[in-house]
Design a protein around this ligand. Structure first.
Ligand SMILES: [Zn+2]
Length: 500
């Protein structure tokens, strides 16, 4: 019997998925670096907010410092602030300013001519009843809850909705302020927690029975990461010795969860930071400290202010997504959200269409953490276990310039993409050094998929272009074709690469 075995490996590299969504001018104004945005570079936000739990309203000020980076005529500056929030008054460099108009969810300020390289400050006074998050963190907005003892518990989750759901800002991922302060004014019985380090807390005469907490971030930060948490919190202060020396690791938890934080959260955080520093290089925000804050929703990667709502349980809300057993041996939210400090917060995608970089690495960190704790085979098992969630519905890269992410596959398929790069490198130590290189090369930078690809091709010396095209820009996976024929009792094996 002769059997002819023909194996055809199909790489589909040129088919680019087109989405049929009808896009509007509104989508472009939200998602593009338009002429209302490109000429000015955000340098800082000095933000103050005071929420009122009873009326579910907030009042605040955001002083936006920016630098003129291009000549622009006319000098129209777009600030984003979503309805029903209102901008009450505006000051330009300290003087009252009224030459602005509202267009739905944005405010267009027509400014006098400003010299290139000059720095200016726009103070925006805002107020209103911000959109309430229906299902935080996925459907975002303000969160008004009570803890189990009936105390007010408030926060915001706005990765999808954008920070402009509550505060006037330049709501696009490609421009981050290089520093930020957040003043949170709360009733004396509560605590206000923000990003970075607590600079001071103080009372003013005009705010009887209220205390203001002033927080400061000294590194670039995504606007959706700038988040206040307000509740009856207690601080569990700690530090670890990391790759860059002493790293403050603070745990802000509801006051009746201190014991659980000590027994569950602390060991998970210590192991996570150690493992991720090993694979990704040093934690990217030593100056601002590491902080994890109990949140009234599952979790979010708020920079140096990680939201934690996983009920002090291992797994993902107590479940093992991988169904391998490994996922129940550690706290998913601690690992995944902490990993975003490297990928998402330090290395940030220019356009949300490239958010697979954030989620692919954070999801792969789950496998790496499993490997750190239980060995390489366990990590591989976990990685294989979550593969079943891949839908291949639309590509990982979304639509540029219109604030459209790619498929939900940016998590699990994104993770597999990183894992496949590891197989192509075929040397674990080289792969680890590659990840550390990526994290160092793009440290505190805003990048595109293309820049990421080019860097990986350079560092690996491999032509990864067809690989990236296949897995990031199409939904097709390589297909194995074979044909069996019988002739003279011989086997023949033919391998054929077919490119479409
Ligand atoms: Zn994530």
């Amino acid at each position: 019997m002769r059997i002819l075995l023909v194996i055809v490996v199909l790489f589909v590299s040129e088919i680019v998925f087109s989405q049929s969504n009808v896009l509007t001018k509104e989508d472009t104004l939200i998602g593009s670096n338009t002429s209302y945005r490109a000429w000015w570079d955000v340098k800082t936000y000095m933000l103050s907010v005071k929420p009122d739990f009873e009326t579910k309203t907030i009042v605040g000020i955001n002083i936006i410092g920016y630098k003129v980076v291009a000549d622009s005529l006319p000098f129209v500056l777009q600030l984003d602030l979503q309805e029903p929030m209102q901008m009450d008054s505006v000051y330009l460099d300290g003087a009252s300013f009224s030459n602005f108009k509202k267009e739905k969810n944005r405010w267009l300020l027509t400014l006098p001519k400003q010299e290139k390289k000059s720095v200016h400050y726009i103070s925006t006074f805002f107020s209103g009843k911000p959109k309430v998050a229906k299902n935080p963190p996925w459907d975002g907005g303000w969160v008004w809850k009570k803890d189990s003892l009936g105390n007010p518990w408030m926060s915001v989750a706005c990765q999808g909705a954008g920070a402009s759901v509550w505060v006037p800002c330049k709501d696009i991922q490609s421009d981050e302020p290089e520093s930020c302060t957040l003043n949170i004014t709360v009733p004396d019985s509560l605590v206000g927690i923000g990003n970075g380090k607590l600079i001071k807390k103080y009372k003013t005469l005009a705010q009887n029975n209220f205390t203001t907490y002033e927080w400061e971030v000294t590194n670039p930060i995504n606007s959706y990461d700038i988040i206040p948490y307000i509740g009856k919190y207690t601080l569990l202060h700690d530090s670890v010795q990391g790759e860059n020396g002493k790293l403050i690791t603070d745990y802000w938890v509801l006051n009746y969860h201190v014991a659980k934080a000590k027994s569950h959260l602390k060991p998970n955080v210590i192991k996570t930071l150690k493992c991720l520093e090993h694979w990704f290089g040093h934690y990217p925000f030593y100056e601002d400290s590491y902080k994890i804050v109990e949140a009234p929703y599952l979790g979010m990667e708020h920079q140096s202010n990680v939201a934690y709502g996983n009920s002090y349980l291992n797994g993902y809300a107590g479940m093992d997504r991988s169904k391998t057993g490994w996922g129940l041996k550690w706290d998913f939210i601690v690992v995944h959200e902490t990993a975003h400090e490297w990928f998402g917060n330090s290395v940030t995608a220019k356009d949300v269409a490239d958010n697979w970089i954030h989620e692919g690495f954070a999801s792969y960190a789950e496998a790496l953490f499993t490997e750190c704790e239980f060995g390489k085979e366990a990590g591989n098992d976990y990685c294989a276990g979550v593969k079943k969630f891949i839908d291949n519905d639309i590509p990982l890269i979304g639509q540029y310039g219109v604030k459209k992410e790619g498929s939900g596959d940016i998590y699990n398929k994104g993770s597999q993409v990183i894992h496949m790069i590891r197989q192509l490198v075929d040397d674990d130590e080289k792969f680890r050094l590659l990840l550390r290189d990526v994290s160092k090369h793009f440290y505190h930078k805003i990048i595109s998929t293309q820049e990421f690809e080019e860097y990986l091709i350079l560092k690996t010396g491999k032509d990864l272009k067809p690989f990236f095209n296949q897995y990031l820009r199409t939904t097709q996976i390589p297909r194995l074709e074979y044909k069996l024929t019988k002739k003279n009792l011989q086997f023949r094996y033919v391998e054929l690469h077919r490119w479409i």
